[in-house]
Design a protein around this ligand. Structure first.
Ligand SMILES: Cc1cc2nc3c(=O)[nH]c(=O)nc-3n(C[C@H](O)[C@H](O)[C@H](O)COP(=O)(O)O)c2cc1C
Length: 182
C-alpha cells in the first residue's frame, strides 16, 4: 500500500489528547495541505484559522460545556462528561475552516485534507462539528470577532494534537457500500 492509502486507512477520530503543543512546522505543513485542496472553479472560498492558544480553546470549551449543562436535554452533556468532560478533548490546536456561503462541498474537502495531513504527521485529529456551538454561547460574538474573518462563516473545525495512549482505532471499512458497474 502506498503512503497516501496507508494514511487514509489509519485515520481515526481521536478523542483524547495529551494537550502537548504541536510544533509550528507541523501546523504549517497541515495548513499548506489545506490550501492545496481542490475547489469549484478554483475559487478557494475559505480561510484557514489555526487556533493554538490553549487558553482560548479552554475558554471556548468551558462556555459550550456550561451551555450544554443548562440545556433541558442532557444527553450531549452526559456524553461529553463520559468522554472526559471536554468538548475539545484537551486538543491544543483547532483548525477552523471559515467559508463563504454555499460552499459546503469545498469546505468538506479542505477539512479532510487537514485530517489526513495531521494523520500523516503522526498527530491525532477529529473533525468537530460541535465547535459551531461556540457561537451559540453567551460569549458567542466575542469568539466570532476573534476567529471568523469578515464576510465568512464557520465551515468546519478539526482538533489536532498528540493522542494519549488511550487511542481510538479506524472504523472497519464497509465494502458493501461499494458497487462496480461493468
Ligand atoms: C461533519 C462531521 C462532523 C463531526 N463532528 C464531530 C464532533 O463534533 N465531535 C466528535 O467527537 N466527532 C465528530 N465527528 C467525527 C465522527 O463522529 C467520526 O468521523 C465517525 O464516527 C467515524 O469515525 P472515524 O472518524 O474514527 O472513522 C464528525 C465528523 C464529521 C465528518
Amino acid at each position: 500500500m502506498n503512503e497516501v492509502l496507508k494514511t487514509m486507512a489509519t485515520r481515526y477520530s481521536c478523542r483524547s489528547f495529551t494537550g502537548e503543543q504541536v510544533e509550528l512546522e507541523k501546523l504549517e505543513a497541515i495548513a499548506l495541505a489545506a490550501v492545496q485542496a481542490p475547489s469549484a472553479m478554483n475559487r478557494q472560498p475559505w480561510k484557514i484559522i489555526v487556533i493554538k492558544d490553549k487558553a482560548l480553546l479552554d475558554e471556548m470549551d468551558a462556555s459550550i460545556m456550561e451551555k450544554l449543562s443548562q440545556s433541558e436535554d442532557k444527553t450531549m452533556y452526559e456524553r461529553m462528561q463520559s468522554r472526559g468532560g471536554k468538548l475539545f478533548y484537551n486538543a491544543p490546536v483547532m483548525f477552523v475552516v471559515a467559508k463563504q456561503k454555499n460552499t459546503e462541498l469545498d469546505t468538506g474537502i479542505v477539512t479532510e485534507n487537514i485530517a489526513l495531513a495531521a494523520t500523516s504527521l503522526g498527530l491525532g485529529n477529529v473533525i468537530c462539528g460541535m465547535a459551531r456551538m461556540i457561537f451559540e454561547t453567551d460569549k458567542g460574538d466575542y469568539f466570532k470577532e476573534q476567529i471568523i474573518p469578515e464576510g465568512y462563516e464557520l465551515g468546519m473545525s478539526v482538533l489536532v494534537g498528540y493522542p494519549t495512549s488511550n487511542e481510538g482505532t479506524p472504523h472497519p471499512a464497509d465494502t458493501s457500500k461499494i458497487t462496480y458497474i461493468g
